[in-house]
Design a protein around this ligand. Structure first.
Ligand code: F6R
Length: 608
């Protein structure tokens, strides 16, 4: 997976390119490069593995950095098939060194293409599929680069966002894409291209989202868009404040800042959708869903987004009496699809770009079934593909681990289940009661943000362990999975998650003093059943960290405790999130891990 930022202007491109890459850093990568070209066609290149700051340092020392460059491309690479080496970083070039190519995503038929090119005596210096594209352009070139690229795209199987520089026309940048996102940002005297709209917002006010196989030509900060060889014209869209790059304020890490924003997400996400004064649901999209003949929900997502759906499946069953099937997107792709006319297919994704979620939408759409997207990034692919969609409006999540956006996802899902519930005769008084509680929960969650002293103390103690069990019952299933995932992701420690009841069916064999159990045990969620299961664990002399409703503790059961506010069982899944995310962050800090950029992970998983 790679992220691209490109620029065409009349000023020195270097500062813009390095800044663009810095703004894309949050998406995850393991090497970076920047390539700039002078008006006379002279090329300069700087590469670095690991950090954009390493690259920025190298660029700073490069004595050519202040030359007269009007174009350039910068790129971060997250290694999928080939090692993290400078040799494998882009751009790759043709044998005659005329064409330089940058590429995002994977060409699946690269081995056959390479074989054909080797037969024609082309030699290869790297292991990448991108080098094959550069050689293919050289092979197909017939003096018209747009036509050459159109022919090239007929030969490539699967996905790409592709940038091409012809060193004989150094003031021109050419781009095309298939399935991989590419956004063209325009300003009065500059053009920018980026894989992510967030990297454009500092310099542009307008943008175009490029469609598959369109070709964009940038020359002297003007752009032309071609489709099937012909130039096309369409209106740009405006960049609104939602796209503004966030700053860290006084927080040590972005992740902490995003956890801090979680209660605010409630207001941003729900203010246009609920009238809190008279406690009614006012959203038009949900009203439109009422018109459809839907009896069943099927939810498709991955990672933390998947866990959010699992929680909502309990709500759909309990509040709307609707069967709700939840499938991991990567499994949905290869499972037998049995379309059901009365099913609403719901896709959830923070980024709206996760490869298997997008593919799943395509499969459902091909069969003409109704699709609904729940995404955070405005204008992202999943939102644009689905028949209906709602945004979580959680503001941009900068770094890898998803936090506040999950809260936004849960809010919308709860709202959906209440709305379907209303249609299916859920009592109005029950809906009003839950809306009132939602409002109160916002205040309770804010109060949780300040309880950091105890969490820090506990993190110090628990950072000495290598393994953890998260225990749950009923509606806390997803919450426990999510907290366990966050602990793994941020600390690289081993963590598993089980229903307390399920322990006896095998996992109890692992429980011993050095394997602490973190038990989520809240009032109104099978509390007494969980208590008896915790007793069984405690009898095996393990350490128990108890996440429990205030005033409800049982001294003999725990070694340590995190107290949380009392809420009804419907809202219980929200309440352990802030303390347990903070717990994971604090352990990660104790262990000197990079909280914002966990090893091996990328923010948006755009390859299968
Ligand atoms: C975990 C995390 C991931 C994402 C997953 C799906 O903290 O961030 O598990 O939830 O990669 O991403 P989206 O929601 O963008 O489809």
């Amino acid at each position: 997976m790679c992220w691209i930022f490109a620029y065409n202007w009349n000023k020195n491109s270097i500062p813009f390119l390095v800044e663009g890459l810095t703004n894309l850093e949050y998406r995850g990568y393991d090497s970076a490069w920047v390539f700039w070209i002078t008006k006379g066609g002279k090329i300069f290149l700087e590469k670095a593995v690991w950090k954009v700051s390493n690259l920025a340092g190298k660029v700073e020392l490069n004595k050519n950095k202040d030359k007269d460059y009007n174009s350039g491309i910068a790129h971060t690479r997250w290694a999928t098939h080939w090692g993290v080496t400078e040799k494998n970083t882009h751009p790759h070039y043709s044998s005659n060194k005329r064409f330089f190519v940058v590429h995002n995503w994977i060409i699946e038929n690269y081995a056959e293409l390479k074989k054909d090119l080797i037969k024609k005596w082309y030699e290869f210096y790297s292991e990448t599929d991108t080098e094959i594209i550069a050689k293919l352009i050289e092979d197909l070139f017939d003096w018209n680069l747009i036509e050459t690229i159109s022919k090239l795209t007929q030969k490539l199987v699967w996905a790409y966002a592709l940038g091409i520089i012809d060193t004989e026309n150094p003031d021109v940048l050419i781009w095309t894409k298939f399935w991989s996102p590419m956004i063209l940002g325009i300003d009065t005297q500059a053009c920018f291209l980026s894989s992510d709209i967030n990297a454009l917002s500092q310099n542009c006010k307008e943008f175009f989202i490029l469609e598959d196989k369109e070709i964009v030509v940038l020359k002297n900060w003007k752009h032309k868009i071609f489709s099937l060889w012909k130039e096309i014209f369409r209106n740009s869209e405006k960049i609104t404040e939602d796209f503004q790059i966030a700053t860290k304020w006084d927080f040590e890490t972005f992740t902490e800042k995003e956890i801090y924003e979680a209660p605010e997400v409630l207001l941003n996400c729900l203010k246009w959708r609920i009238n809190f004064e008279n406690k009614t649901i006012t959203n038009e999209t949900l009203a439109e869903l009422w018109e459809l003949d839907i009896e069943r929900i099927e939810i498709i997502a991955s990672g933390s987004s998947y866990f959010a759906w699992v929680t909502s499946s309990y709500w759909f069953r309990e509040l709307a009496w609707m069967p709700c099937l939840v499938t991991i997107s990567s499994e949905f792709l290869y499972d037998t699809f049995l379309p059901n006319k009365k099913t609403l297919y719901v896709f959830i994704s923070q980024s709206g770009e996760t490869a298997d979620v997008r593919e799943s939408v395509r499969i459902v759409k091909e069969k003409w079934w109704i699709t609904f997207g729940l995404v955070n990034v405005v204008g992202s692919t999943v939102a644009r593909m689905c028949d209906y969609w709602l945004y979580t409006h959680s503001w941009i999540e900068i770094w890898v681990a998803s936090t506040k956006n999950i809260i936004g996802q849960l809010w919308v899902l709860l709202l959906m289940s209440l709305s379907f519930g209303k249609k299916r005769n859920l009592q109005i008084s029950k809906i009003r009661e839950i809306i009132w509680e939602i409002w109160e929960l916002n205040i309770l969650m804010k109060s949780q943000l300040w309880n950091t002293k105890n969490i820090k103390k506990l993190a110090k103690k628990y950072s000495k362990y290598k393994n953890f069990f998260f225990l749950w019952r009923n509606l806390l299933y997803w919450t426990a999975e999510e907290c366990s995932l966050k602990l793994k992701e941020l600390t690289y420690l081993h963590s598993e998650c089980y229903s307390t009841w399920e322990l006896k069916h095998g996992p109890l064999a692992l429980v011993w003093p050095d394997f602490p159990c973190i038990a989520l045990n809240l009032k109104w969620v099978l509390k007494s059943k969980t208590v008896s299961n915790i007793k069984e664990v405690k009898a095996r002399n393990t350490t128990v960290l108890w996440v429990v409703t205030k005033w409800d503790k049982n001294e003999e059961l725990y070694d340590d405790i995190i107290e949380v506010p009392e809420v009804s069982h419907i809202l219980a899944p929200f309440i352990p999130l802030i303390p347990m995310w903070s717990f994971a962050v604090e352990i990660a800090k104790e262990l000197w891990k990079d909280v914002d950029k966990p090893q091996n992970l990328a923010k948006s998983v755009t390859v299968e």
